[in-house]
Ligand binder design. Structure first.
Ligand SMILES: NC(=O)c1ccc[n+]([C@@H]2O[C@H](COP(=O)([O-])OP(=O)(O)OC[C@H]3O[C@@H](n4cnc5c(N)ncnc54)[C@H](OP(=O)(O)O)[C@@H]3O)[C@@H](O)[C@H]2O)c1
Length: 259
């Protein structure tokens, strides 16, 4: 067995910044090697890889790919195998998010939002599942399955106004979670985390204090969620839930109780 092959490995897509970065750091703290994937945020991703390797030499590597590219899944999985020799966990976190008003949306918006939120995750999951099947000394006696965790959205269940393409892409990713959980069992568990409002989208004006307060009134737990709330749920499904598959865990402070 080559260097590091006894250590479990996670691939986290879109992990240069924001929620993906928190997920990669949490899995790394749990002792996994991490392959950080990014598309355009290469400098941020390189800094993150360097910081993780500083903590534990040889524990982080980088793959740059656009999930709209048919070659991307093979390239991402190959990069993980080259760096660490095995794949145990895949977190499909990368996502395009922007409004698509019906009078302005076009096929290019469909491609951009479906490629990153539904199509890319599907082919990457299949490529990762093949690598998981070949793992040396697979998992522990208790959890011999590989794990896929998809980042969906509470708006994959209840549509977000003005975001018809994004909402249906996430709805597709929810069904993908359930379908692959069935088809990849027992070798791979497939689950999803559905965040509520955690980080405001970049490039959009932050809500006014009044709008932010109105939003919080609809959240029973009375606060905005944090990246660590999401990362903890991902780590639970990936590492601590050996008898759970096909589930969608809303991490939304209870927001969906009254949607
Ligand atoms: N933030 C929230 O409050 C919230 C709420 C509900 C659901 N979620 C879900 O949680 C996940 C993380 O949220 P976030 O706000 O941290 O995400 P984000 O910042 O909007 O996006 C994460 C990364 O996705 C990558 N990406 C986008 N399109 C891509 C493509 N075609 N190919 C490859 N990479 C692509 C980008 O990488 P580069 O920068 O490298 O280009 C981006 O940095 C997402 O799946 C999101 O839908 C988040």
């Amino acid at each position: 067995m080559g260097k590091g092959q006894e250590e479990r490995t996670a691939i986290v897509t879109g992990a240069a910044r924001r929620l993906g970065a928190a997920i990669a750091e949490t899995l790394h703290r749990r002792g996994l090697n991490v392959l950080i994937h990014c598309r355009g945020s290469v400098r941020d991703a390189e800094e993150r890889v360097a910081a993780l390797n500083n903590e534990r030499p040889g524990s982080a590597a980088l793959a740059v790919a656009d999930l709209g590219d048919d070659e991307a899944p093979g390239r991402i999985v190959s990069a993980a195998l080259e760096a660490f020799g095995r794949v145990d966990v895949l977190v499909n976190n990368a996502s395009g998010f922007y409004p698509t008003p019906l009078d302005r949306a076009g096929p290019a918006d469909w491609d951009a939002l479906v490629d990153s939120n539904q199509r890319g995750p599907f082919w990457l999951s299949l490529a990762a599942a093949r690598a998981m099947a070949d793992r040396p000394g697979r998992g522990t006696d208790h959890d011999r399955s590989g794990a896929i965790v998809n980042l969906v959205d509470i708006h994959g269940m209840v549509p977000l106004a003005g975001h018809a393409i994004y909402s249906q892409a996430k709805a597709g990713l929810i069904m993908q979670t359930r379908a692959l959980a069935k088809d990849l069992a027992p070798r791979v568990r497939v689950n999803a985390v559905a965040p509520g409002s955690i980080l405001w989208p970049e490039g959009e004006d932050s809500p006014t204090a009044e709008v932010a307060a109105q939003r919080l009134e609809r959240v029973p737990l009375g606060r905005q969620g944090t990246p660590d709330d999401i990362a903890g749920a991902v780590a639970f499904l990936a590492l601590d839930a050996p008898y759970v598959t096909g589930q969608v865990l809303a991490v939304d402070g209870g927001r969906t109780l009254s949607m």
